[in-house]
Design a binder for this molecule. Structure first.
Ligand code: ATR
Length: 276
């Protein structure tokens, strides 16, 4: 039987993970099977038990199960502990299940390596304070931005997030209204507003005039409102497709010991799935 991998989520129909991992496998000449599975909301742990009992080797976990995956794992990597969520579950040789989180790695690699944008010494604004943002805060701080501000619709949620965080002194929080008069070099949208077809009401002047770049952790139509806002104001813009491919490449590396080339895969996905 070929080595078995899968992505678990709900919904899962539109997941690009099988296409990404199949490209990685053919590029690196690895024999494996990677499937997608729609997991009923109330049976995450039973589905994961079954997958590993039947010999499965590794899972990617997507919404809404990343926190359950974190709680399911027998042990966690430091980055999964800090993220409070796991997007990778891997079966170790002794049968234990390791929970890991490569979302922050994916974001930073896409921003720095693929896009060539700088984070070091930049004034960074992160929009949102949910699970997606929590997963990337530590890797962002490690890049040593000049400042890191988290703005969220519900300020209390941002404050709670930062309080639970070891490097909290380096992060400040506010609501969107309090952003007036401040400007940023890099703005990262980690909200799910686009999922509901909603834009964010951001003050116009928050983009620095010298250098401004805007990144949306979502991709496709979900990212368009925020990126259109940024593009109209002259910022460099990028969606989160590269982040998705980079977090997958990290999973593939963990499982197979080879690092796939990602650039061609990002390009191919844009063409095949018409993601602009
Ligand atoms: P995820 O795991 O994707 O981060 P989440 O934990 O539900 O999902 O967090 C969603 C984030 O998007 C939150 O920051 C949320 O703001 P609130 O904390 O105020 O709810 C933000 N969000 C969702 N819809 C939004 C909207 N229409 N306008 C502004 N922010 C929104």
């Amino acid at each position: 039987m070929l080595d078995q991998y899968a992505v678990f989520g709900n919904p899962i129909k539109h997941s690009l993970s099988p296409a990404i991992h199949n490209e990685f496998a053919s590029q690196t000449e690895q024999s494996l099977v990677y499937r997608r599975k729609l997991v009923p909301i109330d049976s995450f742990s039973a589905s994961v038990d079954k997958f590993f009992l039947e010999g499965g080797l590794g899972l990617n976990i997507t919404l809404p199960f990343k926190i359950e995956a974190h709680d399911y794992a027998d042990f966690l990597t430091d980055r999964a502990i800090l993220a409070g969520a796991a997007n990778i579950l891997s079966r170790m040789p002794d049968g234990d299940i390791c929970g890991d989180n490569s979302d922050g790695f994916g974001l930073i690699t896409d921003i720095k390596t693929n896009l060539g944008w700088k984070i070091r010494s930049k004034r960074v604004l992160v929009l949102g304070a949910g699970g997606a943002v929590r997963g990337v805060l530590k890797p962002l701080l490690e890049e040593k931005p000049r400042s890191l501000v988290i703005a969220n619709r519900t300020i209390k949620r941002a404050a709670d997030l930062v309080e639970a965080f070891p490097d909290q002194l380096e992060i400040s929080v506010c609501g969107y209204d309090n952003l007036c008069g401040r400007s940023f070099d890099l703005i990262i949208n980690g909200t799910s507003a686009g999922l509901f077809g909603k834009g964010l009401s951001l003050p116009d002047r928050i983009l620095s005039s010298r250098y401004a770049a805007c990144y949306d952790m979502m991709y496709g139509s979900v990212s368009s409102a925020f990126l259109e806002w940024a593009d109209k104001r002259g910022a460099s813009v990028a969606d989160g497709l590269g982040m998705l491919v980079e977090q997958a490449a990290e999973s593939f590396f963990i499982w197979r010991g080879v690092r796939p080339h990602t650039e061609a895969v990002i390009k191919l996905l844009r063409e095949r799935f018409s993601i602009s």
